[in-house]
Design a protein around this ligand. Structure first.
Ligand SMILES: [Zn+2]
Length: 484
């Protein structure tokens, strides 16, 4: 069934090639009002169009959206996730799955199977133990796939043809078999034990269980890995190198982020904070427990919540952006800060804004959240919780210990900066670098931290790339209707 409706939406401003590469030409052709079938609209929105669209009230009713969302689609509005497009008779005809933030939507961990399922953490851990002990040929089902990390960097392959059912492009995770894992570790004199492997998830379709393991102690494998065109690559570089409109590639990044966060947490949680004894992994690495029988403290993987907010001056149609001293020149971003114990998210937004800029915040509106396993501190995984915060006062008093500068910027200036920035160029050059590292063209130790320096293009200021929630907050605000 093809349903064609008048979709009263508008393309706002210049559509950035980097965010909607497949739809670039199509967007340029669009007028304010056009006929579009729902399949096409769903495809466009699933490929990043939502940032630039407003949808009429009548269409909103067809989309079953709540009234608050009817004027504007924030890119990751949770109330819109999984919204069902309906035909005029009210029969659901298709669902759309919106893109998500980088590191979210991990394809192998949407649901943990029940313990009796062979793909569950408990059952697969038992079969892992028997496989490691087996002297006889191993059972082939389920398949075990292992992702090695070195100091938080996942093993990556740029070999073509590994992608499910399609052409390979860009990087993919360097999964190895259990037998490969054993032979590689044997090269550095180590032995695989079940406690070294951490359960990442499973796939019913592939009859596979996925594990992460830490190869940080095995540093003489470069030649062997190099022959297979495999290399350990910095996660931040992979984040920048990932094509954001490619769901498969974003899934690879999410798996890598999850594995890194879990292994980092295991590495820093080896001793009990209560009695000081050693802790041991339990439930296939999903938690740890103190080995002191009179203590047995249970500890779980750590997540550190951070509030990140775009502070908005509604009266003058401006947004507050700030610079930290560690930023490259011309880079500006949202305010952010760690939560304190006993504090609500909204209170943290209000407190951090006041402390860092002297501005009082009134209304606080939730936008979306993003796992962030690439923070600069020793935290295994931050959870960035994004808000729009509406200012009650406008005079800025910057706390120089926290920020280098903070200023109000008009919507026009912000739009101009978004238009002139060249994130796609940065993405392409990072992808080329990853490929060179996999193929041994570049030195295996030359990975540079300065991978965002080109983001600015010709702009007088620029913001973090589309892989960061800060970018999504800023572009959502810039392209939404003026609230005045
Ligand atoms: Zn203890």
């Amino acid at each position: 069934m093809t349903l064609v409706v008048l979709v009263n939406f508008q393309v706002r401003g210049f559509v950035k090639e980097n965010w909607t590469p497949h739809n670039h030409v199509e967007f340029k052709r669009m007028n304010k009002n056009c006929f579009l079938n729902f399949d096409r609209l769903g495809f466009l929105m699933a490929n990043g169009a939502r940032t630039f669209l407003t949808v009429s009230k009548s269409t909103s009713r067809l989309l079953h959206l709540p009234p608050a969302s009817s004027r504007f689609f924030p890119p990751f509005n949770s109330s819109f996730n999984g919204a069902t497009f309906c035909s005029s008779t009210g029969t659901p005809s298709m669902s759309i799955n919106l893109q998500s933030h980088a590191f979210a939507r991990n394809p192998i961990r949407s649901k943990t199977p029940k313990p009796e399922n062979p793909l569950s953490p408990d059952s697969s851990f038992e079969s892992l133990k028997s496989k490691l002990l087996a002297k006889t040929p191993l059972l082939s089902s389920p398949d075990f796939k292992i992702l090695p990390f070195r100091k938080g960097w996942p093993l990556v392959s740029c070999n073509g043809g590994k992608r499910n059912g399609g052409l390979a492009s860009g990087w993919g995770l360097g999964w190895i078999s259990l037998a490969d894992c054993e032979s590689l570790l044997a090269l550095s004199g180590s032995k695989v034990t079940e406690d070294l492997l951490v359960y990442l998830g499973s796939s019913v379709e592939d009859d596979a269980v996925y594990w992460a393991t830490d190869f940080s102690g095995a540093d003489n494998l470069d030649a062997e890995l190099g022959q297979r065109k495999l290399n350990f690559i910095e996660l931040r570089m992979l984040m920048v190198a990932t094509n954001w409109s490619d769901t498969w590639a974003m899934g690879q990044l999410a798996i890598a982020g999850h594995g890194r966060a879990l292994l980092d947490w295991h590495r820093t949680s080896r001793f009990c904070g209560h009695c000081g004894e050693r802790t041991v992994p339990m439930e296939a690495g999903k938690r740890r427990e103190c080995s002191n029988q009179s203590c047995k403290l249970r500890i779980f993987p750590r997540v550190d919540p951070v509030v990140i907010m775009l502070v908005i001056d509604q009266e003058n149609d401006r947004a507050l952006l700030s610079r930290q001293s560690r930023y490259v020149p011309r880079k500006w971003s949202c305010l952010a800060g760690f939560m304190e114990p006993g504090e609500s998210l909204e209170e943290a937004v209000i407190r951090e804004t006041l402390e860092e800029t002297g501005i009082e915040v009134g209304k606080v509106v939730y936008h979306s959240s993003q796992p962030w396993p690439v923070g600069r501190s020793t935290m295994p995984c931050q959870l960035m919780v994004g808000f729009f915060a509406y200012a009650k006062s406008l005079d800025i008093k910057v706390d120089k210990a926290e920020l280098e500068d903070a200023q109000w910027h008009t919507r026009e200036d912000v739009k101009k900066a978004l238009t002139l920035s060249d994130y796609k160029k940065t993405q392409r050059s990072a992808a080329a670098k990853v490929e060179q590292l996999c193929n041994g063209v570049e030195s295996r130790h030359s990975q540079s931290a300065d991978i965002n320096a080109e983001d600015g293009g010709l702009a007088s200021m620029f913001f973090p790339g589309p892989y960061a929630i800060a970018h999504q907050l800023i572009s959502s605000w810039a392209y939404q209707d003026n609230e005045k």
